[in-house]
Unconditional design. Structure first.
Length: 277
């Protein structure tokens, strides 16, 4: 499915952000940094941090509900708080409002049941690197979402990184398993590299710094090498018969890293499916 262009009018739609924790707050800051009109933004956060209060004062967005239903309602609270928040949010989800949910495990049907006037619903699964503008988000829309609304949603999520549209909502669980949970896999790789270095005799602090810098550098190289696939980059640093090839012989064995990652991702997807509802 081709991705629609982001809203050409810019960040001017009236928007209510319900929940400004780590992910919601990261998106809010990205929107403001990219020129979203703060006068169009309302934020509902039951326990606002001092940082959020200071940001509201500095930028000029409102902490509290709007006077009428906005064009966009972003559900950014913890998924387990949706039931408690739904009654107070329902008046702000009209038939004309685009509801964008980043709530893991909450399906469109689940959201529609709690916001009965809502028609246009998009589920989004961003990930932690959104906090530094390098996130990856999968998006799925129901049939009521217009092309204009798709553009609005794409603009919001593209502000924090890459956006990929999905043909069906059920694929959100696969996105959760790959990019949603994926940063933790990479962090664990850095942990394992550090432990392996210590096992080979390096001081623990040196091994930790080398492992961290290696993961950081490899990620940046992958980011900048847009014309090369990961497989091509791997081949470029692997000399036949060399040290990297010896390590890859182990990692690429039939019982090596690939099937382990596949089993891990399958476990994450299964858990995402179990949490849906």
């Amino acid at each position: 499915m081709a991705a629609p262009a982001a809203d050409p009018s810019g960040f001017k739609a009236s928007l209510l952000l319900a929940g400004a924790g780590k992910m919601g707050g990261a998106m809010l800051r990205a929107w403001l940094d990219r020129g979203y009109d703060p006068g169009k933004i309302n934020v509902i956060e039951p326990n606002p941090s001092q940082d959020l209060i200071r940001l509201a004062r500095a930028k000029g967005f409102a902490l509290g509900p709007p006077l009428r239903a906005p064009e966009i309602l972003v559900l950014g609270m913890k998924p387990q708080t949706l039931d408690a928040a739904a009654a107070s949010l329902a008046p702000f989800a009209s038939a004309e409002t685009l509801v964008v949910s980043i709530l893991a495990g909450k399906t469109m049907a689940n959201i529609a049941a709690r916001l009965p006037q809502a028609r246009a619903i998009i589920r989004a699964m961003p990930n932690l690197p959104a906090a530094v503008g390098r996130g990856a988000t999968g998006l799925a829309a129901n049939e009521a979402v217009t092309q204009h609304q798709r553009g609005l949603a794409e603009g919001l999520l593209a502000a924090v990184g890459r956006v990929e549209w999905l043909a069906d909502e059920h694929l959100i669980d696969a996105v959760t398993a790959i990019s949603g949970s994926g940063p933790a896999y990479v962090f664990y790789l850095a942990e394992c590299l550090a432990k392996a270095g210590a096992a080979l005799g390096l001081p623990e602090n040196v091994a930790a710094r080398l492992a961290r810098a290696t993961v950081e550098g490899a990620g940046e190289l992958l980011f900048q090498s847009v014309q090369s696939t990961p497989a091509q980059l791997r081949a470029a640093v692997t000399s036949p018969g060399g040290t990297t090839a010896a390590a890859l012989d182990v990692l690429m064995a039939p019982d090596g890293l690939a099937p382990l990652i596949e089993r891990s991702a399958a476990a994450a997807r299964l858990r995402a499916t179990q949490l849906s509802g």
